[in-house]
Design a protein around this ligand. Structure first.
Ligand SMILES: N[C@@H](CCC(=O)N[C@@H](CS)C(=O)NCC(=O)O)C(=O)O
Length: 340
């Protein structure tokens, strides 16, 4: 029966041109080649962006580094594929990348019809609008007739259409494939408005010639839960990516940081921490990795709060506050399932 289902699923994927080379077995493939191929953006500060030497960093990059720490005990065993919004799902479906960690919104269609699985959420976001201050607009409800710059192949385009239609306002979409083309078009005055996820507005604003001349309008017009994505039909790999993210959140909840993890490991009597750090239970074995999987994540990458503050927090140029991305114990949405 399972074989029949697999054959049928393969035929369906092939019929949609999705190919079938990389269904199950990503864990074995990754172990055999010795690194994880991680799909990232082409450069969104704090999320995934390269430095001048080509080293990638950001909270999306750190999800891939966490998975590499869990599998290999080495967070550096990652190669990066910069992808536009339009290219990203094909790259995952075809097996070109092992995981997509690139400000990607979890939606029903992506989770089902595209043959993908979301492994969790590493940033809860929502779509916003940026305008030049001298446009004299204080609310998105004053944008009737505006030209609006955005990216092709995104939820942004769809939400924008919903927003203007619902509010019975005309608008002129100006869409580009590359994010830098959108920024350049907006900065040169080709459109009145730049719309994307609010976190990306904060990041992309850093690329504008005169940042102080722009403002983000108060309205948030959508839900954009952003998180890592894998292929449908590979539960073992899905589990590993999911629990690598949970490990970062669980570590924060338990006060375990990259700085104190060794001390915690040596001295704790807390069974939750003992299970997470591999001293009790057999959590790594269940995931197909070693007992130190979560220890390696925290030691080499950090807990979720550390990663947030390092790349996008209030003391970084991106300057985002935790808001709904706080732990559930502080009124936020970040909640890891129990490690037991
Ligand atoms: N979260 C939305 C939008 C994602 C998106 O691609 N946004 C653009 C606007 S800034 C982006 O990040 N581009 C970066 C790039 O192409 O490198 C989605 O999943 O569709």
């Amino acid at each position: 029966m399972n074989l029949v289902k697999t054959v049928a699923a393969t035929a369906v994927l092939a019929a949609f041109g999705l190919g079938a080379p990389a269904g199950a077995g990503t864990m074995d493939d990754v172990k055999a080649k010795g690194f994880i191929q991680c799909g990232v953006s082409q450069g969104v500060a704090g999320f995934s962006s390269p430095d001048s030497a080509g080293n990638w960093s950001g909270i999306d990059v750190d999800v891939c580094r966490a998975v590499a720490a869990a599998v290999f005990g080495d967070s550096n065993k990652v190669k990066y594929s910069p992808l536009t919004a339009k290219e990203r799902f094909t790259a995952l479906q075809s097996g070109e990348i092992d995981v997509l960690s690139r400000n990607t919104t979890w939606t029903l269609v992506r989770d089902t019809a595209l043959g993908l699985n979301f492994a969790g959420v590493n940033y809860y976001d929502g779509q916003g609008f940026m305008v030049r201050k001298d446009l004299g607009v204080k609310s998105a409800m004053e944008l009737a007739g505006a030209s609006v710059c955005t990216n092709i192949g995104t939820t942004t385009e769809l939400n924008m259409a919903d927003f203007f239609r619902t509010n019975k306002m005309d608008y002129k979409p100006v869409a580009f494939e590359k994010a830098d083309e959108v920024v350049a078009a907006y900065d040169s005055g080709r459109c009145d408005v730049y719309t994307t996820d609010q976190s990306a507005l904060a990041a992309q604003r850093l690329k504008l010639k005169n940042q102080a001349a722009h403002m983000i309008l108060p309205e948030v017009i959508s839900k954009e839960p952003l998180g890592p994505v894998v292929r449908h039909g590979d539960d073992q790999w899905l589990d590993l990516v999911k629990w690598s993210l949970y490990a970062m959140i669980e570590a924060e909840e338990n006060g375990i940081t990259s700085k104190n993890v060794d001390e915690m490991k040596a001295s704790t009597n807390n069974p939750v921490i003992k299970r997470l750090l591999g001293m009790e239970g057999d959590m790594g074995k269940n995931l197909g990795v070693g007992p130190d999987w979560a220890y390696n994540i925290v030691k080499q990458v950090g807990n979720y709060g550390e990663v947030f503050e390092k790349h996008i927090g209030v003391n970084t140029p991106v300057g985002l506050s935790r808001g709904v991305n706080s732990l559930w114990t502080r009124g936020g949405l970040m909640y890891a399932m129990p490690v037991r």
